[in-house]
Design a binder for this molecule. Structure first.
Ligand SMILES: Nc1ncnc2c1ncn2[C@@H]1O[C@H](COP(=O)(O)OP(=O)(O)OP(=O)(O)O)[C@@H](O)[C@H]1O
Ligand SMILES: [Mg+2]
Length: 365
């Protein structure tokens, strides 16, 4: 077959995005098709730079052209991305965070299960793929981000009188810990906290972001509910350890998001097992085995992966060095990178398939 733009595009109609179930051409992912003799080049715009199927899709494109158009074609595929914006009509305040494509809450029922650790490392992992990422620490009573990033300065105010987020490891950051003395905040009541968080989101200059992660305080009470309802969330990620007490609370978390119509993007199992450095083949399931994985299955929610217990991860958290930057090849870093990709994948799937549901409209009308 002759190498023409039409034939190339037709061939690429046979390449299906496995997550979205449609072909790349219908999805509008193919652009810049150029032909010079036997040389063919084009760009594939994925829905996230953190796409786990990048290589697979690239190979399928090359195959489609060489099998269907010309087997001697020299195909060069440029892989790029445009993160899709979530459709959250009818949910939360739509004027809030307009330049932010996806807002994701990281929550847990029980405290201390690793929400902040997961948020921080997922944010840095996403930023490393080239995505524009922000992270908000919404925990006024126990902010973690100042310590976990070793950042203790006050953010500047722009000429438009907006807070300018700090930036480290490629992530834009704001924490209540940068702004209020946490010893004073302990006497704040629920409504004060949630309105402070809302102001904090609306009165900061986030600019354009692909992903903004909200690290929530532990629990499923009033404060969490207000934050969740006032922001147009793309979805929520629930963190749990495999322990029964944590799982019971994680289930409550899933139920809370369900009631307010926020999709749960997945469950993460943190502190899944421990492998002593001198016994690399052993896995000790200190808090139980596969608890969060089984819960995800039972609730019909995606399982995003498991993170092992690691001394260096804890040390990195305490000294302000996220593990994905400090030791990118460590088992927990590998786990965080996979988590970030799976979450980005779930977001892309949601954005491609989610219609604003009636349920949400009714809830917020
Ligand atoms: N996989 C892990 N391996 C080792 N230490 C971990 C792991 N996950 C978390 N930690 C440590 O456990 C402690 C609690 O984690 P983290 O602060 O992330 O939990 P949290 O759910 O955000 O807590 P809170 O409910 O107080 O907000 C931290 O000291 C952190 O470094
Ligand atoms: Mg925390």
């Amino acid at each position: 077959m002759k190498i023409t733009k039409e034939n190339i595009v037709d061939a690429l109609r046979n390449v299906i995005d496995p997550d979205l179930g449609k072909d790349l051409v219908s999805l509008g992912m193919i652009e810049d098709v150029e032909i010079e003799g036997k040389k063919v080049s084009f760009t594939v715009y994925l829905t996230t730079p953190a796409c786990p199927l990048k290589e697979e899709i690239k190979k399928a494109c090359i195959n489609a052209v060489t099998h269907l158009v010309d087997k001697e074609a020299e195909v060069s595929v440029h892989m790029s991305s445009r993160v899709t914006k979530s459709r959250t009509e009818g949910q939360g305040d739509q004027n809030l965070l307009k330049g932010v494509k996806n807002i994701i809450a990281v929550a847990s029922g029980k405290g201390g299960v690793g929400k902040s650790t997961v948020s921080v490392n997922m944010a840095v992992a996403l930023a490393k793929t080239g995505a524009k990422v922000g992270l908000v620490d919404t925990d006024i009573y126990g902010p973690s981000i100042p310590t976990m990033f070793d950042l203790h300065e006050k953010p500047n105010i722009s000429a438009q009188r907006k807070l300018i987020p700090l930036e480290k490891y490629g992530v834009k950051l704001l924490s209540m810990g940068f702004l209020v003395d946490t010893d004073d905040a302990v006497v704040w009541r629920g409504p004060m906290v949630s309105s402070a968080v809302k102001q904090f989101l609306s009165e900061a200059d986030w600019g354009e972001l692909d992903y903004l992660l909200l690290d929530l305080p532990p629990g499923t009470g009033d404060i969490q509910l207000t934050i969740v309802q006032s922001v147009p969330l793309t979805g929520a990620i629930i963190v749990s350890t495999p322990q029964t007490v944590a799982l019971d609370d994680a289930r409550k978390g899933v139920a809370m998001f369900g009631k307010v119509g926020v999709p749960v993007l997945g469950i993460v199992e943190n502190m899944a097992f421990f492998t002593p450095p001198d016994l690399p083949d052993r896995k000790y399931h200190i808090f139980g085995k596969d608890g969060a994985k089984n819960l995800a299955e039972k609730l019909g929610v995606p399982f995003l992966g498991e993170v092992p217990i690691e001394e260096q991860l804890r040390e990195g958290g305490d000294t302000g060095r996220p593990i994905v930057d400090l030791a990118p090849d460590s088992p927990s870093s590998v786990a965080f990178n996979q988590l970030a990709m799976k979450a980005a994948q779930q977001i892309a799937i949601r954005n491609a398939t989610r219609e604003p549901t009636e349920k949400i409209e009714i809830l917020y009308r």
